[in-house]
Structures are given as C-alpha cells and as structure tokens.
Ligand binder design. Structure first.
Ligand code: NAD
Length: 276
C-alpha cells in the first residue's frame, strides 16, 4: 500500500510515514532497510552522523526499487558547517549512498554558538541549485533560527525536523513553521518509547482496538507531521506501518495534545554543541 504524501513548499512530495535509521549499527542497516522496504516503507531518514548512509545505499541498490520510488533524506554532519566543508560533505553523502541525488538534505543542528548557520544554509542553497538535492531543510531549528533564515536568505526551508511527541508538543514552533509553509517532521515520534506506557494513550488505544504506538503515530499524521519511527523488530516495523485504517476523533486529539510536559528525550537545540 502507498502512504499519503505531504507536498513540500517547492512541490516535492514526501511520503508522510517513513523509516528512521538512527542508532542502527552500520553493518545492520542494509538488512533493516530491506525489511522496511518489504513491509512497504518508501522513505528513509538517515544522517551523516549515523554512519550508516552506505547501508541505506546498499539496500536501495539491492532492493531493485526505482530510485524515483524511494524518498531519501540525509543531514549535514555537525563538524561540516563551514560552507566549503558543507559542500564537500554533501558530495560524500552521495558517494556513500551511491545515488545521483538525495530527495532532502538538512542542516542537522543549528550550532548557533559555534558556527554561522546562515552561511551554512547558503551552502545548502548552492547544493539545491545544482539539482543534487531535490529539497533542502533544517533540523532542530528554534524560532529565532528560522526567523533569521526567513529574513536573510532566499530559499525557505522545505522542512524543520524537530523533536515532537505527546510529551513535547512544540505548539509555537510548529505554528511558526506551518505559517511559513515549512513542513514539520517529528523526530523521536514515540518519545523513544517513553510515551508508550501513558494511561491516556492506553485508553484511546483500547477504544480503537489499536496499539499505543499506532495511536501516537496517528496523532502525528492527523496533525500533518511527517514521521519515521525506528525499529528493527519486524512485528513493530509492520505495526508502525499499519496506521491508515483508523482515525482518531477530535476529542482524542485534544486529549493527547493535553499530555504535553515540555519534556525532551534528546538535547536542547539552544545548548547542543557537539561536533562528532
Ligand atoms: P522513536 O520515537 O522512533 O522510538 C524508537 C524506540 O521505540 C526504539 O527503542 C524502538 O524499539 C521503540 N519502538 C518503535 N516502534 C515500537 C512499537 N511499535 N512498539 C514498541 N516500541 C517501539 O525514536 P528515534 O529512533 O529516536 O526517532 C526516530 C527517527 O527520528 C530516527 O531513527 C532518526 O531518523 C530521527 N531522529 C532525528 C534526530 C535529529 O536530530 N534530527 C534525532 C533523533 C532521531
């Protein structure tokens, strides 16, 4: 079955549900991605810092799927923010993936205290102009970071990939993105598992005869987020893909919105300064 798409601000279509490969060891990535393809996923989210782009590329080649039928995202390594370093790093991504282009390339973290992300963005604009990234975007950008790009650069990011789940709903940041036509991609959509045991989620899951993970993913999809849950366990990979046969009610959505605790599972972008 085909997943619904979100149309990005430059017309590129992205499958709303994908497969994330963060923390999948490089030597297990090819098999995990092949399994995801078998289940039906056609959107893979990787990054230079995950060190598993090669495995994604090998799966792509071995699957026999048409390149045009798979959406691949990668992200710039934090150590490569300087404009020439960013352009060179992008070349290495294509080399690792063994493809002529990526569908989406992101600045992984703003690193505002260490580098000038506006200059880095201009390097990504060059890559975009070359046609080797069909769309470009950012990740972990806060409101102030987005505003600077909107004020000082030409290409509006196609996406902002941020931590979002029922315990961290990011209402203001999501609203700013949507207001400017920037799609919201929710990383750690299940809160890395932290939200799965929530009582409200369990009640709603019971009412729909679905699992907590399916209810949380449905909440994301109905809010218009792009998601890419991660699992290497086949049953979970299938469960996470089987989210199009039911719908949450408006009341369910409101109840889940109300779970927000502004609780991060990952680093705070305003203080994160790691250069792996
Ligand atoms: P996630 O919310 O997808 O949770 C993954 C965890 O939940 C794993 O431990 C997995 O075993 C478990 N899980 C998955 N499906 C389940 C199910 N159906 N039932 C029970 N448990 C289940 O968290 P994540 O992996 O951190 O995020 C997903 C993707 O987001 C990553 O793979 C990566 O692509 C992306 N990401 C991006 C950034 C960024 O800075 N841009 C940061 C983190 C993650």
């Amino acid at each position: 079955m085909r997943t619904p798409h979100v149309t990005l601000n430059n017309g590129v279509k992205i499958p709303q549900l994908g497969f994330g490969v963060f923390q999948i060891p490089p030597d297990e990535t090819k098999d995990a991605v092949l399994q995801a393809f078998e289940v039906g996923y056609r959107h893979i989210d990787t990054a230079q810092s995950y060190r598993n782009e090669r495995g994604v590329g090998e799966a792509l080649a071995e699957s026999g799927l048409d390149r045009a039928d798979v959406f691949v995202t990668s992200k710039l390594n934090n150590a490569a923010h300087a404009p020439q370093a960013a352009r060179d790093a992008f070349d290495r991504t294509l080399d690792q993936l063994g493809t002529e282009y990526v569908d989406l390339f992101l600045i992984h973290w703003p690193l505002a205290m260490l580098s000038d992300y506006v200059e880095t963005w201009r390097a990504l604009e060059d890559v975009y102009a070359s046609g080797r990234a069909k769309a470009i975007g950012v990740s972990n950008f806060q409101r102030a970071h987005l505003r600077r790009l909107l004020d000082e650069t030409t290409v509006v990011p196609a996406v902002n990939q941020i931590e979002v789940h029922p315990y961290l709903t990011q209402t203001g940041l999501r609203a700013l993105a949507f207001e400017h036509g920037i799609a919201v991609e929710a990383w750690s959509p299940l809160g890395q598992g932290a939200v799965l045991g929530d009582e409200t989620i369990a009640r709603i899951a019971h009412a729909h005869d679905r699992t907590p993970a399916q209810v949380i993913l449905r909440w994301h999809l109905q809010h218009g987020h792009v998601v890419f849950p991660k699992s290497v366990t086949r049953a979970r990979v299938e469960e996470n893909f089987d989210v199009f046969g039911f719908e949450l009610t408006a009341e369910d959505l409101t109840d889940i919105d109300g779970l927000n605790r502004d609780e991060r599972t990952g680093p705070d972008p305003d203080t994160f300064d790691r250069m792996p």
